[in-house]
Design a protein around this ligand. Structure first.
Ligand code: PAF
Length: 273
């Protein structure tokens, strides 16, 4: 990229479009740090599994470009499929052990597809840094691992989950919720709060902290829990006790829509020192 040769800092946000205020927060962060902000809009077929309908994925390109313009994005990169995967393309990045469960369990091959396209996009855009949301926490960790393992020069910047006023994490999938399920969906963030409250009251047993979050979700009509897990925040390894930075992660089906959320678990007395 010419900007790099001119000594300008390039910030990059890869997306699959259907942009919302959660994405805008990533663009704002990139804008704050970079001379040139690049956003890619590419619906990556390699991260869709069997039964996940690629053709139904929303593609409101005009609205996406308008949002990018409002956020001061310099370049909106909308590659065609042949530009990313030209004929003969036959390489993939295989995600490691941290991809095996949580989202990876129900979406085999998903993270291989994500890492393959992220590596490719980094190679094309050559950004100094790239911003990812903590909303897809497992993805963020895997991208960090990718950058570290392949000695990529792109710094990975994480942005906290952006929430609606009632606490629901912003996601393109929220649009698929019926008004009733939209009201119920607040149980995910309330579950996270219940987990944190349980830790705050002195409980460190990871399964009991997870159970507190699960109880809030289960008390809400129409919910079906896929998982509620308390994990090490750096590696996503299973833990028995919350003794250092941990994360509670959950996936819940509501009216056929699968929602995910996660939040930090912090022991304010011990960790604020
Ligand atoms: O998080 C997403 O939108 C996608 O997984 C990403 C990182 C743009 C790769 O296609």
């Amino acid at each position: 990229m010419r900007a790099r040769a001119e000594g300008l800092t390039i910030g990059f946000v890869p997306t699959m479009g259907a942009l919302h205020s959660g994405h805008a927060a990533l663009f704002d962060e990139a804008r704050r740090r970079a001379d040139v902000v690049v956003v890619s809009v590419f619906v990556n077929p390699k991260q869709f599994g069997l039964g996940e309908d690629l053709s139904k994925y929303p593609r409101p390109l005009e609205a996406d470009v308008a949002l990018c313009a409002r956020c001061g994005v310099d370049v909106v990169f909308v590659p065609g499929i042949d530009e990313i995967y030209p004929a003969g393309f036959d390489t993939k990045v295989v995600a490691g052990a941290a991809a095996a469960d949580l989202e990876g369990a129900s979406r085999p091959g998903h993270f291989d597809g994500v890492l393959t396209v992220v590596a490719l996009l980094f190679s094309i855009v050559q950004p100094h840094f790239s911003v990812f949301g903590e909303k897809d926490f497992q993805q963020l960790l895997l991208v960090r691992r990718l950058a570290k393992d392949l000695r990529l020069t792109t710094e990975i910047v994480a942005m906290p989950v952006i929430r609606d006023v009632d606490g629901l994490a912003l996601s393109s999938r929220n649009l698929y919720l019926s008004p009733e399920d939209r009201r119920r969906a607040v149980c995910l963030s309330r579950g996270l709060v219940a987990a944190q409250d349980t830790l705050q009251r002195g409980e460190t047993d990871a399964s009991l902290i997870g159970a507190a979050a699960a109880a809030v979700v289960e008390a809400t009509a129409g919910t079906e829990i896929a998982y509620v897990e308390v994990r090490d925040a750096r590696t996503l390894a299973k833990i028995e006790r919350v003794e250092r930075e941990a994360r509670v992660l959950l996936a819940v089906k509501l009216g056929g829509v699968r929602l995910i959320d996660n939040g930090p678990l912090f022991h304010s007395v011990r960790w604020q020192r």
